[in-house]
Design a protein. Structure first.
Length: 180
């Protein structure tokens, strides 16, 4: 008897998304919390932790772009979140041949971007910005974050896909482990 069969059936009945959200903003990592000492009347002091204003504003802008696409009630159950952080190309990747007009060092399409911000910081910023879309970050069970340079004529942006995670059989899990 398979003890997990009833649970798997419930998950199969619950399909969410996919919701594809395109945010026309420069991808950023979650800014580090700052700390300051605040002096109170009477000589007392305390330490205050805060998020930088630019980070708060970026998260608010991402949340506003996503609000139009997502349901108003928080999502339930396990969630998969895939993120494409599409960054502006550096100038050297935009240099063109004077003779042919083709790019000298790159392709016209998207390219991997081995640069800042770090993918884990981008994830954290997106998860924080979309915290009203789900009950808790713990619901995010899988996903992939990719950093890319924009197309030669493209603009920086974030593309976020939210959906039900795929169910895997024990055979698929074993295969995935053997490829690691």
């Amino acid at each position: 008897m398979d003890l997990f069969a009833p649970r798997v059936q419930l998950l199969e009945d619950r399909n969410i998304g996919p919701w594809i959200i395109v945010v026309p903003l420069l991808p950023q990592g979650a800014g580090r919390h700052k700390t300051r000492v605040v002096d109170l009347p009477g000589g007392k002091r305390y330490v205050q932790n805060y998020t930088p204003a630019a980070t708060r504003q970026w998260k608010a802008d991402v949340a506003m772009c996503a609000a139009a696409k997502l349901p108003t009630a928080p999502l339930e159950g396990p969630i998969q979140v895939n993120i494409w952080a599409i960054l502006p190309r550096p100038k050297y990747l935009l240099a063109r041949s004077k003779r042919t007009g083709t790019l000298l060092h790159a392709d016209e399409g998207l390219m991997w971007a081995p640069t800042k911000p770090d993918t884990d910081n981008v994830e954290k910023g997106v998860y924080d910005a979309l915290k009203s879309a789900w009950r808790d970050d713990r619901q995010i069970v899988c996903g992939v974050t990719r950093k890319l340079y924009a197309e030669a004529a493209g603009k920086p942006r974030l593309v976020i896909a939210i959906m039900s995670p795929p169910l895997m059989s024990m055979d698929e899990l074993a295969l995935e482990d053997s490829n690691a």
